[in-house]
Design a protein around this ligand. Structure first.
Ligand SMILES: Cc1ncc(COP(=O)(O)O)c(C=O)c1O
Length: 399
């Protein structure tokens, strides 16, 4: 007889986005064409200039251990980006590179949380936040935001959930799943409350370069020195440079936090792949049109998708200003029947849509809101056109 596995495993659930991708892959393996709007990753190849930098690094023999916090040259490139883009001054020991933004986040949580500490998660939240907090021994405190407020947290809402156990809030700006981008004033409202109570602001800014309609992005740490001191900025190369598989994420925070993260990361994983780190230096320092060219494509897909969604009755959404998602309210359709089955939740909606029309979207419940489903437009235009036609057909067939 084998011993039981960790009790921590019972506290968490697998990622809903990965589950949809797995089901869609199952259909694909059977030779069925699937219209994939599920995955949260760019469909572009990593730009050639970045791939070439990796090959060069290998050829030059840069294949050994690096510093735990990441190559000096990479951290320098990161600090220079923050100076140039946000006029922020970070020292090299205020930056740490990890194996993807997910790894940055989990290392941050391990560094700042003690058992029982509370972390505020505005709902809808990115799927992994709640599970990461639980795995670290913390307690997620869900704070429901309002669609009428563009899903942005207000001062009053935030004040209402703070206790003496509150350690941090995690905001995601631009947001996955809503695509909403906080204005400077909205960030100031959140920051004021956090400064007053001494709560860390973990700001996941991984989609910061993917913006539309002249939307201006404000890095929360740029609000003031006081705010910067309690801000923990998470960013990375996955989304901006189509480098999801390379696993490069990074954190900018005060020296004490970075020192703590360094100790934990040093014992757990050392550092991300040296080759990926060299590739990331090029990503950050080369002409940034590599990203803006991708944004141009996302923009076309977004415009098409929103126009099409506008023609479908009984659904609604908040216009996304960043990232590559639309969070669609389908709750008006709950109670209707598809092929004899009553649809009453986002999981039932997405399952019926996938099984009948082979269109993959993600149930909103994974992000804490069962009234919605998430569509990703990080896919080619033909898939978007055909897939959204099928989505419309599915809705029209609901009785
Ligand atoms: C909001 C958000 N944060 C972090 C990540 C993870 O990024 P990485 O692939 O660099 O770990 C994702 C990926 O989907 C994301 O959507």
């Amino acid at each position: 007889m084998r011993k039981e596995l960790s009790s921590d495993l019972k506290k968490i659930s697998p990622s809903m986005t990965l589950a949809v991708t797995a089901k869609a892959n199952e259909l694909k393996a059977k030779g069925i064409k699937v219209y994939g709007f599920g995955a949260g990753e760019p469909d572009f190849d990593t730009p050639k200039v970045i791939r070439d930098a990796a090959v060069e690094a290998m050829e030059k023999g840069y294949t050994r251990y690096t510093l735990v916090s990441g190559l000096v040259e990479l951290r320098k490139a990161i600090t220079e980006k923050y100076k140039k883009d946000f006029n922020l001054d970070y020292a090299l020991d205020e930056v740490l590179v990890s194996s993807g933004a997910k790894h940055s986040l989990s290392t941050v949580l391990k560094t700042i949380l003690s058992v029982g500490d509370e972390v505020i998660l505005p709902v809808p939240y990115w799927v992994s936040y709640s599970e990461m907090v639980k795995l670290t021994g913390g307690k997620p405190v869900f704070l429901k935001t309002k669609k009428e407020n563009d899903f942005v947290v207000t001062k009053e809402q935030l004040e209402s959930v703070i206790t003496d156990k509150t350690k941090a809030i995690i905001i995601n700006n631009p947001s996955n799943p809503t695509g909403v981008v906080y204005t400077k004033e909205q960030l100031e409202a959140v920051a004021d409350v956090c400064v007053k109570h001494g709560i860390y602001i973990i700001s996941d800014e991984i989609y910061e370069m993917l913006l539309y309609d002249d939307t201006k992005f404000t890095c929360i740490a740029s609000l003031s020195e006081e705010v910067k001191d309690i801000s923990i900025i998470i960013n990375g190369c996955s989304k901006a440079y189509a480098m999801t598989g390379w696993r490069i994420g990074y954190t900018l925070a005060n020296k004490d936090i970075i020192k703590g993260m360094n100790t934990i990361q040093g014992q757990m994983v050392s550092h991300p792949s040296s080759i990926s780190q060299y590739a990331a230096i090029t990503a950050l320092t080369t002409d940034q049109s590599i990203t803006y060219d991708m944004v141009k494509e996302y923009k076309k897909r977004r415009e098409y998708s929103l126009k099409k969604l506008d023609t479908i009755s009984d659904i609604s959404y908040i216009k996304p200003q960043g990232a590559f998602y639309v969070f669609i309210d389908v709750s008006k359709l709950y109670g209707k029947v598809y092929e004899g089955k009553k649809i009453t939740s986002s999981v039932e909606f997405c399952s019926a849509l996938l099984e009948s029309k082979h269109v993959a979207m993600v149930p909103g419940i994974g992000f804490g809101d069962d009234d919605f489903i998430r569509m990703s437009y990080a896919t080619d235009m033909d898939t978007i056109k055909e897939g959204l036609d099928l989505f419309e057909e599915f809705i029209s067939e609901l009785k």
